[in-house]
Design a protein around this ligand. Sequence first.
Ligand SMILES: [Zn+2]
Length: 311
Amino acid sequence: MELTVERDLPPVLADLPATALADQLGGPTLFDLRKPDQPPLFVSVLLHGNEVSGWDAVRALFAEITDASTLLFLGNLEAAAHGVRALPGRADFNRVWEQGESAEAAVAAEVTTYVKAANPRMALDIHNTTGENPPYAVISRLDPETLAFAGAFSTRALLATQPHGFQTRRFAQFCTAMTIEVGTPEDPSSTTRATGFLAALLADNAPPNGARVPESLSLYETAARVTLADGTVLDPDMQRFNFRTAPAGTALTRSGSLHATAADDRDLGPEYFGTNNGLAVLKRPTMLAMYTGEEEAARRDCLCYFLEPVT
Ligand SMILES: [Zn+2]
């Protein structure tokens, strides 16, 4: 896997679904479409190969992207060709931006160096959620510009302290950066939402909201990352508690137990879980996010996060 840098965006690409990009481009590709004296907008899509709404938004905005000063990164095209988040046995392309020995980490480091040197005005990474979630922003800083950026997209923002190595966390070290989770890939409104937001950013060089933090913005942080114990069976119905509070006593799975881990790897299991007939149940009301109904995604990454409001 090697990074290719291209200076123009061939219109023919707009006809291709995410699954066809690897054939056309070979692998991860950075389009450098900067204009002189205009700090670029950096946009990345397909860090997760099956999260196609970002690419579909880009396809709808080829003229606008080409006219603006833009850096566009297309990430895991091999995974996209197979319609999966990441290929089996390979690194997750959104966990490699801070360190690592993988080919993906090498590409991420190269992209980071390139983009940092370009001094972008903002960085936007577009994702789909695996589970049913309302749209939300993920940020890793709390300065007014970042909060205003988040508030321009959604009334919900997540201050993420984990997992390590996600792109926004790295890029926030040198520019205003945010991940947007636009909804599931299956839902057509996810692409509409991504397209509308990206179009607004491309049309206006000014910071969103004039860098004012909207009062409507609810800010949460991830207090714990929740993973499945061996043999535990998840419960897709729990997706209804994403960004909502599940009452004490709720069993989050159909069987087995769960692990809850803090960003510093502390075991938070005893704080959150009791047991009822061998089933892990919440000890106290808890807000969930990103609960996935898909076994494979839950095993590969995590089942969900527990949120706490940031006050
Ligand atoms: Zn993703």
